[in-house]
Structures are given as structure tokens and as C-alpha cells.
Design a protein around this ligand. Structure first.
Ligand SMILES: *Cc1c(COP(=O)(O)O)cnc(C)c1O
Length: 394
């Protein structure tokens, strides 16, 4: 065991235990490394846990988003809206499909897509004779969006609804852990090591729609099928046909063994994350140099991140200086996120500019993701809180 004074605290980290290791070793000793029994086991466990009819495990969360964009048949000139306060992949999947990305700013309290601004944007497009094809909503940091109203809007304007659920595994809305798939047409997950559960790299698409599920399964393995139902002819037991232009976005049995073992522990991980958040809330909420993340009263936050807003002007240091001081105290915070519309690629190709989404931009100015992962102990948390609070004083 490392002593406290040599530990380094990143913003997120996986928790791997002995049973995870044993499950993976069992696969390594077996006959299948890639397409073995654990892929289906993991998929079944995901669909049961999150109350979805179908789950397809894939190579990573970005692949899951790409396949979703293709399965929902986004095409050139289709407008797809997401939030600027997300990882690039939530927006890039729109570009992969050749569709047109747009953003709607976040709500300053929940940090998720602003419902009123969203409806206004849809109506503005309507006035110009344009229809919004889909919305990719992100449960930023692990706090669910206003899904009831998102569903209403989706129904009212006939818009496809995607839940980028990568931050929110184990979150609950009105006590329901299956809320994502209940409200969205497609739910996307990631099992990257900084997320709630990990399979190394990995991702999944969940849906109640059989056709979407089948399309995802086809596209993740080169668009190849052996299913009689889809074959134009059958030349024998070796015979297969390529019916779509697909990819190799499969996940391995090794990864799924780890994922299945981790999934069993999700509730405990989320519980621990909530305890850490309680500690941070207690220590930062009475200090007006900081703003703690708000939690709506019908929500169980999953705390993929703990996004602390810091008033650097009042702390008396710049964000850059803050990061330098954190590093000296062996803390490696991160910023989530640089608003997507400010990325040079999006500015150059789609004409977005500074000032387009002011709430996200000002949130970016203040936001720091401080360490949040289940293995943080009380001593670690005291060290982190002390280090942050003393920054302005030295
Ligand atoms: C992590 C993440 C992704 C992408 O997942 P990968 O598995 O890393 O490809 C997509 N969207 C959001 C919001 C994420 O946090």
C-alpha cells in the first residue's frame, strides 16, 4: 500500500479488484478471446440492469455513437443538436454521418441542455422550413437531463432522441435506474477506465427498438450477415453476404468478462461516489469562492465527475496557476469541457464562434473536475480539500 505522501490524485481512475482479474484470467485460459460467451453475458447483464430490451456491446463509446448515427440514418443536411458541454465524440458522431451539427447552450444550474432554448431553436429552424432530425442529450457529470421534457419535445416535433449516457451509469431519475432507455430512442454507454465501470476500452448501444439493434449488430461487424432472412441466396454453410458498409467495431470476450464483473459492482461504486460528493459538498458549499454541483430532488447523481466551479478572481490565482499549485500537491484535476463549438475544427467548418453559447463558456471558465473515484479514502479527501482551500492563501 502506498503511503499518502506518495499518492497522485487524478480526476478519475478505475477500481479493479481480485474477482475482476480472475474473471479475465478465466477467459485467457479458455478457447475464445474475441467472440466468446462473455460478449452475450455482458450484453444480457446490461439490458437487464438498465431495463432495455436490447444491448449491443461495441469497441468503445465513440463507436457506439457512430453506429447510432448510422442506424438512425442521419444524412447530409440533417440537423442534429447536442450540447457544447460534452466530450467531442457526442458531436463528432453527427459529422461521421455527414449530417449538420448544431448546439444549444446548457442550463446554468443542471449543466445539461437548456430545454427552453432547445425548443426555441427547433422553432426557429421550423420558421426557415427546416426540421431537426435528432437530439443527442448528455447527462453531464452524471446528472440526468430533463428527460421528461426532452421526450415531450421529441414527440411534438418528431425528433429522434439519443441519450449519451456515458457520464451517468447508475444515476436515477424518479428512482429509476433505467430512465435513459425509457425516454431516449437509443442510449449510448462507454466503459473507458475513467467511467463508472470499465472493460478497458468498450461501449454499448441500448434500445427497445429491434430494427435499430439489428442494424447496430450488422454495422459493427463489416455489414456482414449469415442470417438466412437477409441473404439474397445461400451457397452453403460457409456463405455470408455483405449487405451494408460496416466496420470492425466489435468488443472482445476479454473486455466483456471485465465489464460483466465490473457491472455487478456498479451500485457500490455509485454509492461511494455519492459519499465523496457529500464530503466535497460539506467542505466547499459554505465557502463562497466555490460553487458545488446542484442536484435536482428527483435525481440520484452518478458523479462521473465532480465539477467544482471556482471563482478564480476571488481565490486570487489564475486557473493556470491553480493547476500548477495542484500539481505540487500531487493532484491532477482536469477541465470538462472546453466547449465543443470553440474547437478550431468546428469554428473552421461550421462557423461557430466565441460568444455563441455564453453559459457554457462561462462555466468552462470556472469549472475544475477534482478527483472523483471510488478508491479515495477519507485521508485522501482531506488532503485534496486542504490543498484546494489553501491555494489563495500562499
Ligand atoms: C467517454 C465519453 C464518450 C466516448 O467514449 P469512449 O469510450 O472514450 O469512446 C462519449 N461521450 C461522452 C459524454 C463521454 O464522456
Amino acid at each position: 500500500m502506498k503511503s499518502n505522501s506518495s499518492k497522485f490524485y487524478g480526476y478519475g481512475k478505475q477500481t479493479i479488484e481480485q474477482e475482476d482479474i480472475e474473471t479475465v484470467v478465466e477467459v485467457l485460459k479458455g478457447d475464445w478471446l474475441t467472440q466468446g460467451p462473455y460478449v452475450k453475458k455482458f450484453e444480457d447483464a446490461l439490458s437487464e440492469k438498465f431495463e432495455a430490451k436490447y444491448a449491443s456491446a461495441v469497441a468503445n463509446g465513440t463507436a457506439a455513437l457512430h453506429l447510432t448515427a448510422l442506424a438512425l440514418e442521419w444524412k447530409k443536411d440533417d440537423i442534429v443538436i447536442t450540447t457544447p458541454m460534452t466530450f467531442l465524440a457526442s458531436a463528432n458522431c453527427i459529422l461521421y454521418a455527414g449530417a449538420t451539427p448544431d448546439f444549444v447552450d446548457i442550463d446554468p444550474i443542471s449543466y445539461t441542455i437548456d430545454i427552453e432554448k432547445l425548443e426555441n431553436r427547433i422553432l426557429n429552424y421550423k420558421k426557415e422550413g427546416l426540421k431537426v432530425k435528432a437530439i443527442v442529450a448528455v447527462d453531464y457529470a452524471g446528472h440526468p437531463c430533463d428527460w421528461k421534457n426532452l421526450r415531450k419535445i421529441a414527440n411534438k416535433y418528431d425528433i429522434q432522441l439519443v441519450s449519451d449516457n456515458c457520464h451517468a451509469l447508475g444515476a436515477k431519475l424518479d428512482g429509476d435506474i433505467g430512465y435513459a432507455n425509457k425516454y431516449a430512442d437509443v442510449t449510448v454507454m462507454s466503459f473507458h477506465p475513467v467511467k463508472h465501470i470499465t472493460s478497458g476500452e468498450g461501449g454499448a448501444v441500448l434500445t427497445n427498438n429491434y430494427d435499430i439493434f439489428e442494424k447496430i449488430n450488422l454495422l459493427k461487424t463489416h455489414g456482414i450477415t449469415k442470417n438466412e432472412q437477409y441473404l439474397s441466396r445461400n451457397e452453403g454453410p460457409w456463405y455470408y453476404e455483405m449487405v451494408e458498409l460496416g466496420f470492425n467495431y466489435r468488443i472482445t470476450d476479454i473486455q466483456c468478462a471485465l465489464g460483466a464483473s465490473q457491472l455487478k459492482k456498479l451500485d457500490g461504486f455509485v454509492q461511494k461516489r455519492n459519499e465523496i460528493a457529500d464530503f466535497y459538498n460539506e467542505n466547499f458549499s459554505d465557502d463562497n469562492r466555490f460553487i458545488c454541483p446542484h442536484v435536482a430532488n428527483n435525481v440520484r447523481h452518478a458523479y462521473h465527475l465532480y465539477p467544482l466551479q471556482i471563482k478564480f478572481e476571488e481565490l486570487g490565482v489564475s486557473k493556470r496557476e491553480f493547476f500548477a499549485k495542484m500539481k505540487k500537491d500531487r493532484i491532477g484535476p482536469q477541465v470538462h469541457y472546453i466547449p465543443v463549438h470553440l474547437q478550431p475544427y468546428y469554428q473552421k467548418h461550421f462557423g461557430f464562434k466565441k460568444g455563441d453559447f455564453p453559459v457554457s463558456e462561462s462555466f468552462y471558465h470556472n469549472e475544475v473536475s477534482i478527483p472523483m473515484y471510488p478508491s479515495l479514502e477519507n485521508d485522501d479527501l482531506c488532503h485534496i480539500v486542504d490543498a484546494i482551500k489553501k491555494v489563495g492563501k500562499s
